[in-house]
Design a binder for this molecule. Structure first.
Ligand SMILES: [Zn+2]
Ligand SMILES: [Zn+2]
Length: 282
């Protein structure tokens, strides 16, 4: 049987009222402020590195390595608990045979139904949104933290977290052999950041392997969630997939599911449940 997943909202002729979680107007104005914030970060990072007197190179490599792993683990926790809502008990409303999904994060909504949806969000919006989100923490680090090593630990963690959605976006783009900027392509090619085939596993299973900076923390985080599932019967399932499965089980309607999007995106799609995947009904 030929199976075909959806690509992005725009490819399905659905359009969002905003690109990501901030309004487009807010992002437009923040674009004038963000260059100054970026200068402030890089100036402070440069000064903090200069302030390390002994074993500068070793300390710097250690800071980058620690924050690289820690940020990856944070992406796994955020992805599992707050993006896929893996432990949510939320039941979607069904109206006139349609499952209703409220979209709140623009084109980033319903990533497990539209796995290539990040291609509809520009890199500049991702970076501006990330830096806007961390605007106040960055100012607090700049003005309140005196210790150079602690400053660098915070800055690198934040920078990796801002960079992670871009890596995730291009991991999907590379998998489908679409355009990837040269610098990111090299990082993905040598598995320094998220391997496209490794991340594909997360989408096919709709579960586990949540980390999306490089996936290095997956083993430990998967092990933790596995034990939580085994001993406490709290097992993860991506929220939309769980609801579509439940709908199919209760309605027994040849696996065909109508989904109505409300909120940022308004429109209807017809899809089909195939194992754990939500695919086009062909
Ligand atoms: Zn996911
Ligand atoms: Zn993905």
């Amino acid at each position: 049987m030929k199976i075909e997943t959806f690509s992005s909202f725009k490819d399905a002729n659905l359009h969002s009222k905003k690109e990501w979680f901030f309004s487009d107007t807010f992002i437009f104005y923040m674009r004038f402020i963000i260059p100054f914030l970026s200068l402030l970060i890089f100036f402070d990072i440069y000064n903090s590195i200069l302030n390390i007197k002994k074993l500068k190179a070793i300390i710097l490599i250690a800071i980058i390595f620690i924050t690289y792993i820690f940020s990856d683990l944070l992406t796994a926790i955020i992805h599992c608990c707050y993006i896929d809502n893996s432990f949510s008990k939320k039941e979607y409303t069904v109206q006139d045979g349609h499952i209703i999904i409220d979209t709140k994060v623009g084109y980033a909504s319903c990533h497990h139904i539209f796995p290539s949806n990040w291609k509809d969000i520009s890199d500049i919006t991702i970076l501006t949104s990330g830096l806007s989100f961390f605007f106040i923490p960055i100012l607090l680090i700049y003005f309140c933290i005196r210790n150079s090593i602690i400053k660098l630990l915070f800055y690198f963690t934040i920078l990796f977290l801002i960079f992670a959605p871009i890596i995730h976006k291009y991991s999907h783009e590379k998998l489908h052999k679409r355009y990837v900027p040269f610098f990111i392509d090299v990082l993905l090619e040598y598995d320094i950041f998220l391997s496209p085939t490794k991340h594909q596993k997360h989408h096919i299973e709709n579960n586990y392997n949540w980390a999306f900076l490089n996936g290095i923390s997956d083993t430990i985080f998967n092990y933790f969630i596995d034990n939580l599932c085994y001993y406490f019967k709290k097992c993860p399932t991506e929220e939309s997939v769980k609801n579509v499965k439940k709908f199919v089980q209760e309605n027994n309607n040849d696996n065909i599911v109508n989904i109505k999007f409300i909120g940022d995106i308004e429109g209807v799609i017809k899809c089909k449940l195939y194992d754990n995947l939500i695919i086009k009904p062909i």
